[in-house]
Design a protein around this ligand. Sequence first.
Ligand code: MD3
Ligand code: FE
Length: 200
Amino acid sequence: MTEVLLRGVRVHHGFLDRARQEALVESLRGCLRQAPLFHPVTPRGKRMSVAMSAAGRFGWVTDRKGYRYEERHPDGMPWPEIPDDVLEIWNAVSGSARAPECCLINWYGDGAKMGLHQDRDEIDFSEPVVSISLGDEALFRVGNDTRGGKTESIWLRSGDVAVMGGEARLRYHGIDRIRHGSSSLLPQGGRINLTLRVVT
Ligand code: MD3
Ligand code: FE
């Protein structure tokens, strides 16, 4: 395992071995049976290329009404519980005394990306965000606490875990592209990113 610090974002390359990655994918399949992926629509009416779902008390949703956390999936069901193997990773790397209240599940198919944005729909920015990458490699970009200025990029690979705490918590960040087919973890290709957050 190697650790890289990128503008305050701590990336643990190779944190999860293949067996743990496969077990996580199985756990997530259970979650997605209960709360299926959907393509959120931004407040401006654009369908996001990333498909999403969530586990935990809250899921993050967006539609014409705006961005927010909700206790139910857009189809009306409560979100599934966060799987134990996911909680274990939070406990190992977050340094937080609290439990995560949201495990956002982002699914990137061929061509999906996520523009530069800040995560600021949570209440307490002293709590970190933990990200877990599974499947195809993704080019992750980190900038500053305001729009513009210099950015730095790094490829996130399957099994990498990143921690965004302290000075990194309000950095602009995004996913520029996916190397489709670069991992054999998911049979149809694609990438899953989990982000664990304290919301309230
Ligand atoms: C840096 N997800 O869900 S994870 C998101 O790979 C999101 O799906 C991306 O951005 C993905 O909001 C990037 C890495 C990440 C997550 C949260 C951050 C980096 C962050 C919060 C602050 C700074
Ligand atoms: Fe984000």
